[in-house]
Design a protein around this ligand. Structure first.
Ligand code: NAP
Ligand code: GCO
Length: 266
């Protein structure tokens, strides 16, 4: 049998959260390309509709559901509906998330709680909702979208970094508690990726020069460029497929080498 068969997702159902666009959309496309049936969610009706149109344009028969990953009752109801309409979810990609950029001293406890709620508690709620059927089926893949901030801090992203650090440990804990049930829970740690979420960091300056943060990331990345969502496709298919059945609790960084590099001398 060809080794490539191990990367096949034929007859698998994949749920990607927050996947109307951005990283989630590209990961969903990659899983569809490997044979998976795509289910995705969003929290804004207009964006869900745009996502459905984008998948159709990409030739993907995706199924969209509107729910907030932080609303446990809505998540449980939606997962039950998805399982009834499509079958057991084989692959969950916990992609949905937000970021807020302001100094810690300007960050209220309410700000902090909101980011933790969406970027960490929401991923817990989603995993808890899909695990029972995965365990009953005897297999399952959970992929948490972590970050450079799962390993490193920086000014202005205290809530986000706290959540992404916690998400690394949630990943290890799901591995620890459910590995015996043939559940593999891993993370993908993207570097700096060009999406709407990082657009403010790449805005051209009034004089047409690169944003200072843009220049910083180029100097910090051995690849000398920002990543694109498509750079994450291979890692997603690998961690969603049986090719990674003995990989568990691992965060696979797809960062162009940032975490290995002290950075180019100014
Ligand atoms: P994005 O463009 O901002 O997309 C985030 C998605 O999450 C949107 O579809 C958004 O829906 C959805 N979402 C937000 N809150 C939600 C909620 N409560 N319930 C359901 N869906 C919700 O972000 P991205 O750049 O694609 O990033 C996707 C993931 O990768 C995030 O977890 C992010 O932290 C992580 N990441 C990004 C980078 C990067 O450089 N871009 C690097 C490392 C990790 P609406 O827009 O409709 O609200
Ligand atoms: C930021 C960026 C990063 C990226 C990503 C890096 O403001 O520092 O948004 O946090 O989103 O998480 O891996």
């Amino acid at each position: 049998m060809s080794i490539l068969n191990k990367f096949s997702l034929n007859n698998k159902i994949a749920l990607v959260t927050g996947a109307s666009y951005g990283i989630g959309f590209e990961i969903a496309k990659s899983l569809a390309g490997a044979g998976a049936k795509i289910v995705f969610n969003d929290v804004v009706p207009e964006n869900l509709q745009k996502g459905l149109e984008a998948y159709k344009e990409a030739g993907i028969d995706a199924h969209g559901y509107l729910f907030d990953i932080t609303d446990e009752a809505a998540v449980e109801k939606s997962i039950a509906q998805i399982e009834k309409e499509h079958g057991v979810i084989d692959i969950l990609v916990n992609n949905a998330g937000i970021i807020q950029r302001k100094s810690m001293l300007e960050t209220s406890a309410a700000d902090y709680r909101k980011i933790i709620d969406i970027d960490l508690t929401g991923q817990f709620i989603m995993a808890k909702a899909v695990l029972p059927s995965m365990i009953k089926k005897g297999s399952g893949k959970i992929i948490n979208i972590c970050s450079m901030m799962s390993e490193l801090g920086r000014e202005t992203v205290v809530g986000y970094a706290s959540a992404k650090g916690g998400l690394k440990m949630l990943t290890k804990n799901i591995c620890s508690e459910f590995g015996h049930a043939n559940i593999q829970c891993n993370g993908i740690g993207p570097g700096y990726i060009a999406t709407p979420q990082t657009a403010p960091l790449r805005e051209k300056q009034a004089d047409g020069s690169r944003h200072p943060f843009d220049q910083f990331i180029i100097a910090k990345t051995p690849a000398g460029r920002w990543g694109t969502p498509d750079d994450l496709a291979g890692a997603a298919v690998f961690l969603a497929s049986e090719a990674s059945n003995f990989v568990n609790g691992h965060i696979l960084y797809v960062d162009g080498g940032i975490l290995a590099y002290i950075g180019k001398q100014p």
